[in-house]
Design a protein around this ligand. Structure first.
Ligand SMILES: [Zn+2]
Length: 114
């Protein structure tokens, strides 16, 4: 019995991403959107999947829930607040987790509402 439950516990469950945060841009890029906590500016951020998104491999896989992740400093046009975004993606580039300092991650819909 102990053997079986151990076996079952081996596979790390893949967290499922939430849609709506990512807009694909061709094959090698995507957009995410952040909002500045200071002035409320909504800022689109283009990420190159080939160079900016990092795949979690080896010891890195334990550091976060995503298959890919990115850390990016974003500065808008209205103020000089530095927004630190760290976002985790699943294999389809849907967002599984995110942490944004001095701002927040918003969905494409929220961004398009102006
Ligand atoms: Zn701002």
């Amino acid at each position: 019995m102990g053997f079986l439950s151990k076996l079952m516990g081996l596979g790390k469950a893949q967290p499922k991403g939430k849609g709506g945060y990512v807009q694909r841009d061709g094959k090698h890029a995507l957009w995410i959107y952040v909002q500045c906590a200071k002035c409320g500016e909504k800022i689109p951020v283009r990420l190159r999947t080939t160079s900016e998104l990092q795949r979690r491999e080896g010891p890195d896989t334990e550091q976060g829930p995503g298959m890919y992740f990115v850390r990016k400093t974003v500065v808008g046009k209205k103020c000089y607040q530095r927004i630190e975004a760290s976002v985790e993606f699943d294999f389809k580039y849907d967002v599984v987790d995110h942490k944004v300092t001095n701002g927040r991650l918003i969905t494409c819909d929220e961004y398009n509402q102006g």
